[in-house]
Design a protein around this ligand. Structure first.
Ligand code: SAH
Length: 384
């Protein structure tokens, strides 16, 4: 067996079908051939460049402001010590390195923090080790391994990498979209193709309540792993001081339509082509994520748009400070700020959700959150 495609073919010969989530999980995190397991996918377009670029790789200002947010939240929590400083899916470790540098002078903060990184990829763990040099770091495979301590947790573009299941509304109920081996092609070993499993009444309960009666042909994505992690964090934050900050792209409320996409060298790629060679992501359903956490006992704030969040944290001031010490970089800093905050760029599609203990109140960046009558979710325990 020499490729992920061969592995998937033999799995499909045994099992007949696999869910889109199974496919996505294999393509991204298969132990030796998964996309994230093989190397470093980040970087700008161009020769030798990567497949995609994330906010911390665009500008140091992003990680710095998140670091300040962590220190501020820690103080509002009453400076718990020790306190876990956790990042889910830290990529190259850039965000954490910038956050730590920006908070060096906050009295007691570094002494209290115990850095824990949840990272599945050995190659990226190595990059993180290099980025964090002098800091003591513990790596974990999943959130379930986190010690029972107060925690500050950051996840930037982590939840969009978690596998989604897809369901389609047929005339006779919700049916799961699956991946099969299409062996019609003569002499072919079989190519991967999408198919629709039969509708099943149990699927309806998995679809967000607001979409259950969507018209025929509607497609809905559900991310069980994201909901499980949110419920785990909700349960932890109901019993222990802390906060979680989830930054990702997706709508504030569940919507229909497939968002699963493959990206390679900054270009769209067919989802089922050359599995393991392209990044696969899907939009994050912030409302369902918050609901899952709140049902487990914590409070949720937001989501707010990334642009408004970064402006509230003072990105304008930070850009001006940096430009003052490096006048030659002023234009680049202004461009980076625009890229992160402009609604036409990352400012609006990207959103920020905070999970806190019940009764904690809005953390920095969430105070001015507009209420449209539907949001934010009520604080504290809420029936599912
Ligand atoms: N936060 C970083 C990287 C985002 S890419 C940034 O903003 O640049 C997604 C990250 O999550 C990568 O580090 C990837 O290896 C990691 N990852 C993906 N799926 C994972 C899983 N199931 N468990 C742990 N880490 C995972």
């Amino acid at each position: 067996m020499d490729s992920l495609l061969d592995h998937l073919r033999s799995r499909l010969l045994r099992e007949g079908v696999m869910s889109v989530a199974d496919y996505m999980g294999e393509a991204l995190t298969h132990p030796w051939a998964g996309y994230y397991m093989r190397g470093d996918p980040f970087g700008a377009p161009g020769p030798g460049g990567g497949d995609f670029i994330t906010a911390p790789e665009i500008s140091q200002m992003f990680g710095e402001l998140i670091g300040i947010w962590c220190a501020d939240t820690w103080m509002r929590l009453g400076r718990p010590s020790p306190c876990l400083l956790v990042e889910l899916g830290p990529g190259r470790g850039t965000l954490m390195a910038d956050a730590l540098r920006a908070t060096r002078q906050v009295p007691g903060f570094h002494d209290a923090m115990q850095i824990h990184l949840v990272e599945i990829s050995p190659a990226l763990r190595e990059r993180q080790r290099e980025a964090l040099g002098a800091h003591r770091v513990t790596w974990l495979d999943n959130v379930g391994q986190l010690p029972e301590e107060p925690l500050l947790l950051i996840a930037n573009e982590f939840f969009d990498a978690l596998p989604v299941r897809q369901f389609e509304q047929t005339g006779e109920g919700w049916a799961e979209r699956v991946v099969v081996l299409d062996s019609d092609a003569q002499g072919d070993e079989g190519r991967l193709a999408f198919a629709l499993a039969g509708p099943h009444p149990a699927n309806r309960a998995l679809v967000p309540a607001s979409l259950r009666d969507a018209p025929q042909g509607s497609l809905v994505e559900v991310c069980p792993a994201a909901l499980n992690i949110a419920a785990f964090l909700g349960h932890r934050l109901a019993r222990q001081p802390g906060a979680a900050l989830v930054i990702d792209y997706g709508p504030a409320y569940p919507t229909t339509g497939p968002t699963l996409q493959a990206l390679r060298r900054h270009r769209r790629h067919e989802v089922l082509d050359a599995p393991g060679s392209a990044d696969l992501t899907a939009h994050v359903d912030f409302h369902s994520l918050a609901q899952s956490a709140v049902a487990a006992g914590c409070a949720a704030q937001g989501p707010v748009e990334q642009g408004a969040f970064l402006e509230a944290l003072g990105i304008e001031l930070r850009a001006a400070q940096l430009a003052e010490s490096a006048p030659g970089a002023a234009a680049a800093l202004a461009a980076a700020r625009r890229r992160l905050t402009d609604p036409e760029q990352m400012g609006s599609l990207f959103k920020v959700l905070a999970l806190t203990p019940p009764g904690f109140g809005p953390p920095a960046g969430f105070e001015a959150a507009k209420s449209d009558g539907k949001r934010p979710l009520p604080s504290g325990r809420q029936a599912r």
